[in-house]
Design a binder for this molecule. Structure first.
Ligand SMILES: *Cc1c(COP(=O)(O)O)cnc(C)c1O
Length: 438
């Protein structure tokens, strides 16, 4: 059984959930609900563990994938723990720079980077730009020439491996928008063009095979295919590859039954596969990089909701109780989008009452506005109780919307009994300010 709660989560003497030494009832009273709590010590511990695991296998760098959740505070925490950041837009770049992360610790992604995003990245001196199309090779080279610099680049590959959770598929997943296909020859052609352009310095290859991956098979297949491609580039006398960035996708526990890989195991396994494949082909071993997002912030975050309407509904063979909370698909779209599963607990107190079958739903005008499809909560649950949903640190606030004109929730960092605002709650006034007629 995996722990799905942040490392510091405990129950106070009177039964209420506390995170980072902060009672969730106090946090809800001070900052309002819905509320995201982020366990700072947990994020730092995960970032530090990734850095040490990478160092222990001689990897070059770990970049935190900022899209999972980004604010200046989180950028500083992970950077202080020795991680770089992977940013995928001008907005993410701006937050990272505002946090004081130097360009030398940044990597820029994106399948459709604008000229201004490319120029801002170069102005900041980003360490790597991951190029994703033939047009972009020309755009990045032109921008570098105008800036009078030589820009180090990686080439994003599509290698026909796609992994999600327990399964990976090693065929036919080339039909997607990211990267250059290896099998069609596009990737080799891209590299041939890059090496002829003096404003670009080809550093290596990038591959990201998916997300929420629980085993090493997909990474192993990807690494094997990439090294075969590296050998072909040598045999065809195109270039020697110095770096391999293997992307992110490391899974986390949303349910106690989920069984994610330990980071140290993954790093040593993958680096072992790369070393073995390189040895067989008499290739120098390229320096590795990784880009975990979810695995850094996901488990450290919890959403606190207040219970509102409670409605028993007769279903086949019983009753399902719909428990409405004061947020929903605007602060957690993952259930509607990916049928994601979550763990929920009554957080403001404990209860000895029998459990009832519930569906936790939001307050939006969609019947698909479901936070948790199926859970069991005490049958004495009442309006005003607080619920905590575990492992919402990644891809919840960062994918939040203002659907139904709900203000986005605050994100509050908690550590050693104190709380600090990471992102303040939006107000209705904030939203009205965008409307010149209001
Ligand atoms: C999303 C993404 C990541 C991070 O994925 P996680 O599943 O959050 O670890 C890393 N690299 C790239 C290119 C991505 O698109």
């Amino acid at each position: 059984m995996s722990n799905v709660w942040p490392l510091s989560a405990t129950r106070d003497s009177d039964g209420a959930l506390s995170i980072g030494g902060v009672d969730v009832r106090d946090a809800a009273a001070e900052f309002g609900t819905p509320l995201f709590l982020l366990d700072e010590a947990d994020i730092r511990a995960r970032a530090g563990a990734y850095r040490r695991a990478a160092e222990s296998v001689g990897a070059r760098k770990v970049y935190y994938a900022a899209k999972a959740f980004l604010s200046t505070a989180v950028a500083r925490w992970v950077h202080e723990e020795g991680l770089g950041l992977d940013v995928a837009s001008g907005g993410e770049l701006a937050v990272a720079l505002r946090a004081g992360v130097p360009g030398a610790d940044l990597l820029l992604h994106g399948n459709n980077k604008s000229m201004s995003e490319i120029e801002s990245a170069m102005e900041a001196g980003v360490a790597r730009i991951v190029v994703d199309s033939f047009e972009e090779i020309v755009r990045v080279a032109d921008a570098a020439a105008r800036a009078g610099i030589v820009q180090p680049v990686l080439v994003r590959l599509t290698i026909g491996v796609e992994a999600h959770t327990h399964e990976f598929i090693a065929t036919a997943h080339e039909d997607q928008k990211f990267g250059f296909s290896v099998s069609s020859g596009a990737a080799e052609e891209a590299i041939r063009r890059i090496v002829k352009l003096p404003p670009l310095e080809f550093r290596g290859l990038h591959s990201h095979i998916g997300s929420q991956i629980f085993d090493t098979d997909g990474f192993e297949e990807a690494a094997t295919r990439i090294v075969a491609f590296v050998a072909r580039l040598r045999d065809d006398q195109v270039i020697e590859v110095a770096e391999l960035d293997l992307g992110g996708g490391m899974g986390i526990a949303y349910l106690p039954s989920d069984d994610p890989l330990a980071i140290g195991d993954l790093a040593s396994h993958v680096s072992g596969v790369v070393a073995r494949e390189c040895a067989q082909r008499k290739l120098p071993v390229p320096a590795l990089a990784f880009e975990p997002g979810r695995a850094i912030v996901g488990p450290a975050g919890v959403t606190i909701y207040e219970v509102g309407t409670i409605k028993p509904v007769v279903i086949d063979g019983g009753v399902r109780t719909y428990v409405s909370v004061d947020g929903g698909m605007s602060d957690n779209i993952r259930t509607a989008l990916y049928d994601a599963r979550y763990t929920v607990e009554l957080a403001s107190r404990t209860s000895d009452a029998d459990l009832m079958l519930v569906r936790v739903v939001g307050k939006h005008c969609e019947s698909g506005d479901i936070v948790i499809r199926e859970a069991h909560l005490p049958s004495d649950l009442a309006p005003g109780d607080l619920l905590a949903v575990a492992a919402t640190g990644a891809y919840c606030r960062s994918m939040a919307s203002n659907y139904n004109y709900l203000p986005k929730p605050a994100v509050v960092g908690v550590i050693d009994g104190s709380s600090s605002v990471v992102l303040r709650r939006e107000t209705i006034e904030d939203m009205l300010m965008l409307d010149p007629g209001a």
